[in-house]
Design a protein around this ligand. Structure first.
Ligand SMILES: C[S@@+](CC[C@H](N)C(=O)[O-])C[C@H]1O[C@@H](n2cnc3c(N)ncnc32)[C@H](O)[C@@H]1O
Length: 413
């Protein structure tokens, strides 16, 4: 992408005025019904395992588009949510939702991400999904967001990933060569022409499976975007580092881990687990080959130490309270030999990410109530301690549970 920062920004602004993203919705009722306290608690411990559950955080949704800030206000009714976006069209859609649903906890401002400091406050949760990779200077954008993150704050960043988007970048280049612009008719013709794409083109799986291609706004956002870059795992880690942030976890971690899915039993498993965590993620991104985005939770490098990550070495795990993640399901038919159930997280897109469990593990799973610690669970089920440790670590790695580690953290503080 060529051009000065200001000309890039002007083109991106014009693009989103014309193609607000995602396609606006006017009904949040289904979304609201989906977000109960159980789901909020799970999300809270995903972001802050070491802090007792709270639902009154301050939240900044940066580059909120048409709907996302309203979603967060609905999802966290006791939180204070600010949505910013430089697109007047997106802000107008968000304001309509605010009014229609009486979202008094939502403030909406037409403001560039790069100017978030002008809000004059810090936030415990910053959400920047699908936006930083479109900025003229993504580093400056992320540094600004890092600067408004509270000391204990968590930032959720989603950026594009390169290898799974190879087909997207081919079609972007194709469209540039044909001089295809952003007029509705041009987008319609492009979408129609995609029907003639060879079935084994690298874009074909995305066309078939990605909701992003279901609308003309999605086609335009993917294929005609004036400024779009992507980050491999090592590039993403450097990006966070340059902004004063440290990697916390993947929003969904199983796809990146050598203990989950097909790699758990491949000959290379033993080599992969010798690597550092970051080197594992980088290698597995290459091995999986089709990741189209990375969703990461990061923290300030100088965050208070008590916020330390989940750890199954030592004894602290005994005091962790497992909390089931929503969107997980237990399948009990057509099972592999020896399994009493198979656990699936419906947010996973890779078909190798199903976890068979046996009868002893099934008893441990059934005893999770969001209140008891792992020690209490294995005591109550008269299970073996090392089985319990391995199983709960596995459930955590496989995105079946999050862990409330606040009990263990307080003991150490
Ligand atoms: C692909 S949409 C994503 C919207 C939303 N974050 C979501 O995930 O649904 C990107 C949004 O970022 C906004 N945007 C892009 N660059 C921006 C900037 N520099 N400052 C503020 N908003 C920006 C666009 O207007 C658009 O609404």
């Amino acid at each position: 992408m060529e051009g000065s920062d200001s000309s890039v920004t002007a083109r991106v602004t014009a693009f989103y005025e014309r193609h607000p993203y995602p396609p606006p919705v006017d009904d949040l009722d289904v979304y609201r019904r989906n977000w109960d306290d159980r789901r909020r608690r799970a999300e809270s411990h995903l972001l802050w395992p070491a802090e007792p559950y709270r639902n009154d955080r301050s939240i900044l949704v940066a580059g909120c588009g048409t709907t996302q800030a309203a979603h967060y206000a609905v999802r966290w009714p006791k939180a204070r949510v600010i949505g910013i976006d430089f697109s007047a069209a997106s802000i107008a859609f968000t304001r309509e939702l605010k009014q229609k649903y009486g979202l008094d906890n939502l403030e909406v401002r037409q403001l560039a991400v790069e100017r978030a400091a002008e809000l004059g406050q810090s936030f415990e949760y910053v959400v920047a999904t699908g936006v930083l990779h479109h900025l003229a200077d993504p580093d400056a954008g992320l540094r600004t967001l890092s600067g408004v993150l509270a000391a204990n704050g968590a930032i959720h960043v989603m950026v594009y990933a390169p290898y799974g988007r190879a087909g997207v970048y081919m079609l972007q280049e194709y469209s540039r060569r044909l001089g295809i612009g952003h007029a509705d008719a041009e987008i319609r013709d492009l979408a129609a022409s995609l029907k003639a794409l060879p079935p084994d083109h690298p874009l074909a799986p995305l066309l078939r499976n990605s909701p992003d291609f279901a609308s003309s706004a999605g086609v335009a956002d993917a294929l005609l975007h004036p400024n779009d870059r992507s980050y491999s795992v090592p590039q993403l880690m450097d990006f966070l580092d340059r902004a004063g942030l440290s990697f916390g976890r993947w929003l969904r971690q199983a796809p990146y881990l050598p203990w989950c899915g097909a790699l758990a039993s491949a000959p290379h498993h033993s080599k992969l687990i010798e690597l550092t965590a970051e080197a594992q993620y980088a290698a597995i991104e290459l091995f999986r080959g089709t990741m189209v985005r990375h969703s990461v939770v990061a923290f300030r490098k100088d965050r208070p130490a008590h916020n330390a990550s989940v750890d199954f070495d030592g004894d602290a795990w005994l005091r962790y309270v497992p909390v089931r993640l929503p969107d997980t399901i237990v399948v009990r038919d057509r099972l592999p030999p020896g399994a009493t159930a198979v656990l699936i997280n419906r947010n996973h897109t890779y078909t190798d990410l199903y976890l068979p469990i046996d009868a002893r593990e099934d008893r441990l799973l059934a005893a999770i109530d969001g209140e008891r610690t792992i020690a209490e669970i294995y005591g109550a089920t008269q299970s073996d301690r090392s089985l319990a440790r391995d199983f709960f670590r596995q459930l955590w790695r496989w995105d079946q549970i999050v862990l409330d580690t606040s009990g263990a953290a307080q003991t150490h503080s």
